[in-house]
Ligand binder design. Structure first.
Ligand code: F6R
Length: 604
């Protein structure tokens, strides 16, 4: 949901702002812009509708004057994706970029209009620029004018702000959406996500909600937006272990493709040091006793699918658990007894609904646990304990390696929470999963998928059906497929097909059936026969699918190796991700930045 980038330091800012915005482009790609000081000491603004590549062309060989500068990529909320609505917005000496939503925008806009302010855009952000400018005209003090203006504002915002009279200064504010500070030698960066500045520094401070930062080159002070200036302090950075290589496509065509193939490494890094003799997840120990009295997962999208798998893992270890879509959970009466565990799963750690659901749970006396991929994220800070998946930064909008690492962590969590000695078979299977996935990914050549990809490209509807663990995998397969191919796709529990969805089946419909859950294979086969009997085409994905059954209950198959179920889940997930990827590429779609989506959904 929009990306912010800011810089204060001795380098010419435009090249680094544009490359930072390219790395943030997964957050929105409706328009982009930069504001910087020119050689005469005035602030120039360049904006463009569409992707960062359009802005990059406009910027050309311009470098901007060393000092402070800001940039933005937009995912439109208030107002269409036009140049006028693109950020930065400027009012007199003030220029700013914004991520979030100003809830009392209409009231403020009317008030400003009554004071004679002329608006150039339909955005809520422009209101902020005028408010700060008016306060600046009254006080003549940059930071103070920001504070006073924001006291009038309701809503959520991450901001980076410039003032014409202070060419080295950058003010950053966080009230809700994420904002990170990269601390270099004699220079500083602010950005909505770490990859934007990972090439320059790994020293990162995550602004807390309610904080304001005054940044002048390497000198940074942080205070509360609502407190007087005496409370300024120096931020303490944490060192991020992410390799800048993660933020590059390397030899791959797309980040999504690269990230699918990084799945095994994501598993390895997530499991590393978390399995010690007779114990899993030692960092969970202070959070005991185990098992918890009740456990509810809350999450959205792909993370919700990981949670659905998590419930199967928990139940297989005898731990009752429930799974809730965060945006629904947070508006229903909360009937969990105090002391219950609510586990929020979020790759970004910034999804507004997941954070909202956890806040509700915390207020009701539940214990909150987070599973996040981003160090320093809100989820990490706002939960009683947060377990990090170590998938590395995920840039492709469609989640792939992060999903794999969430699933691995949930397997581990189920073993840890059972309180019993981990079952050797499951533990071993988990320990071997990264290597098994790596071996499997090496065989996942594009030719092997050609026939299936062509079939899917020609299908007017794709359904995904599975039972047991294959049901959440089907949901995830369908989500991946529809979000990047833009083709209708849905996932179902195999047993539900005949309760309605089978009415959709006719020639031209393909049903994809992940089949790693061997316990329910015979039942799934009966469901697939019913599909074929009605003209549907069945693509089965699993181990040990006999050739002599082709034409009986399936039409085509993608073989998975014969491995224990807990390893098979990762392999099936990789196939579903790759199939969606290949079809989307064949259709000519922009897989890394699918239309209408943004990676980090920081608004409700
Ligand atoms: C789909 C996808 C989304 C996210 C969802 C939650 O590929 O990526 O469905 O899973 O927006 O995001 P996080 O996990 O960051 O809370």
């Amino acid at each position: 949901m929009c990306g912010i980038m800011g810089y204060s330091g001795p380098r010419p800012p435009l090249p680094l702002l544009v490359s930072g915005l390219e790395r943030l482009e997964y957050r929105g790609y409706d328009s982009s812009g930069v504001a910087f000081f020119n050689a005469t000491g005035a602030i120039d603004v360049l904006r463009a509708a569409g992707k960062v590549s359009v802005l990059k062309e406009r910027v050309g060989s311009l470098e901007g004057h060393p000092g402070a500068a800001i940039g933005h990529i937009r995912w439109a909320t208030h107002g269409a994706a036009t140049v006028e609505n693109a950020h930065p917005h400027k009012s007199g000496p003030i220029a700013l970029v914004h991520n979030g939503i100003i809830e009392n925008e209409q009231i403020l806009r009317e008030r400003l209009k009554a004071e004679g302010v002329l608006f150039q855009s339909e955005t809520d952000t422009e209101v902020l620029a005028h408010l700060i400018r008016l306060e600046y005209e009254r006080s003549g003090e940059f930071a103070e004018s920001v504070r006073r203006a924001l006291a009038l504002v309701e809503g959520s915002y991450a901001l980076a702000i410039l003032c014409q009279d202070e060419p080295a200064d950058l003010i950053a504010v966080r009230q809700g959406p994420p904002l990170l500070l990269g601390m270099g030698e004699g220079e500083s960066f602010v950005a909505s996500d770490i990859p934007a500045f990972l090439h320059f520094t790994r020293q990162v401070y995550a602004f807390r909600s309610g904080e304001i930062g005054l940044i002048r080159h390497g000198d940074v002070r942080v205070g509360e937006i609502s407190s007087p200036s005496s409370s300024w302090k120096s931020p303490v950075a944490q060192t991020i272990s992410w390799d800048p290589f993660f933020a590059e496509k390397g030899t791959y065509r797309h980040f999504m493709e690269k990230e699918i193939f990084e799945g095994s490494r994501a598993l390895m890094d997530t499991l590393a040091d978390r399995i010690v003799p007779w114990k899993t997840l030692p960092e969970l120990a202070p959070f005991g006793p185990f098992p918890p009295p009740s456990l509810t997962f809350v999450a959205c999208g792909t993370s919700w699918h990981a949670a659905l798998l998590g419930r199967y893992f928990m139940e297989s270890m005898g731990i009752p658990s429930a799974v809730e879509i965060a945006s629904e959970f947070r508006y229903r009466p909360l009937l969990l007894p105090g002391g219950s565990w609510v586990v929020g799963i979020s790759q970004s750690g910034e999804t507004a609904d997941t954070l909202g659901a956890l806040e509700l749970a915390r207020k009701a006396g539940c214990r909150t646990l987070g599973i996040s991929n981003v160090p320093g994220s809100s989820l990490e800070r706002e939960t009683d304990l947060c377990l990090l998946t170590h998938a590395g930064p995920e840039i492709g909008v469609a989640s792939t390696k992060a999903f794999q690492s969430q699933v691995a962590l949930l397997m581990l969590l189920s073993l840890a929470l059972s309180g019993a000695e981990p079952e050797t078979e499951k533990l071993e299977s988990l320990i071997r999963s990264p290597h098994r996935l790596e071996m499997f990914l090496e065989t996942m050549s594009s030719e092997r998928f050609d026939q299936a990809v062509e079939r899917l490209r020609q299908s007017h509807l794709v359904m995904f059906a599975g039972r047991g663990l294959d049901y959440p995998l089907s949901l995830e397969g369908a989500l991946k497929f529809k979000e990047i191919t833009y083709r209708p796709a849905d996932g179902y529990p195999g047993g539900e097909l005949k309760h309605g969805p089978i009415a959709l089946v006719e020639p031209g419909v393909t049903v994809i059936a992940p089949m790693v859950d061997s316990n329910l294979r015979q039942k799934e086969i009966s469901n697939l026969r019913e599909i074929r009997a009605r003209g549907g085409y069945v693509l089965a994905i699993g181990p040990s699918i006999p050739e002599n059954q082709r034409g009986i209950w399936y039409d085509d198959r993608i073989d998975l190796p014969e491995v224990p179920v807990w390893s098979g889940v990762f392999q099936a997930a990789a196939v579903l991700q790759y199939l969606a990827y290949r079809v989307a590429v064949a259709l000519g779609n922009d897989v890394d930045q699918p239309r209408n989506l943004a990676k980090s959904v920081t608004v409700e």
